[in-house]
Design a protein around this ligand. Structure first.
Ligand code: HEC
Length: 160
């Protein structure tokens, strides 16, 4: 009887030791994953919070730009931020990259109609915005271009 319970005790102790080992291993794996994630984020060039810029909003926007602003808030703001200043979901459009020499108005029409494959940023693809008409996009472009101008983003010929 005594012998048997000693054996059982030994089994229990072994089991406890195994559980502790598994817990330690799990902790190790979690720590490695955390370090890996941090390294990945550092390498992909962002803290994961996206790029945002300060945007000066001119006191005087044209009537078209004002209409475009309302459409922008309703359809683009969620990712591009209020005044196209960027969020963690999408880039600022008030940015050198989007000067009219590098991204013409056609780039805007195309982005809204067909979406954008991620190529400049680590955010991922932009989905198409079929609820926005071509006319709407024209007004949104007026808004973005007037903001760009007020923030010193000027036409620069792409590649030359
Ligand atoms: C669900 C998020 C999301 C919404 C909503 C969104 N965008 Fe985007 N947009 C993105 C992302 C992300 C990119 C960057 C893709 C890249 O270049 O890596 C982008 C890129 C763009 C570009 C650059 C296109 C190019 O050729 O590089 C334009 C222009 C643009 N968006 C306009 C708009 C307009 C106008 C709206 C509203 C009608 C809008 N976006 C709504 C996420 C969004």
């Amino acid at each position: 009887m005594a012998k048997r319970s000693a054996k059982r005790q030994e089994q229990r102790r072994t089991l406890r030791r195994q559980k502790r080992l598994i817990a330690a291993a799990a902790l190790g794996v979690a720590a490695l994953l955390a370090v890996g994630l941090l390294a990945y984020r550092a390498m992909s060039g962002g803290s994961g919070d996206g790029v945002t810029v300060e945007v000066i909003v001119p006191a005087e926007l044209s009537a078209e730009a004002q209409a475009g602003a309302a459409l922008f808030q309703a359809n683009c703001r969620a990712c591009h931020g209020p005044n196209a200043s960027g969020t963690k979901l999408g880039p600022p459009l008030i940015h050198e990259i989007y000067n009219p020499g590098h991204h013409s108005d056609d780039a805007f029409y195309l982005a809204a109609a067909t979406g954008v494959r991620a190529h400049h940023w680590p955010y991922g693809d932009m989905p198409a915005q079929p609820q926005v008409t071509r006319e709407d996009v024209g007004l949104i472009i007026r808004f973005v271009r007037e903001l760009q101008e007020a923030n010193g983003i000027e036409y620069e010929r792409y590649g030359g």
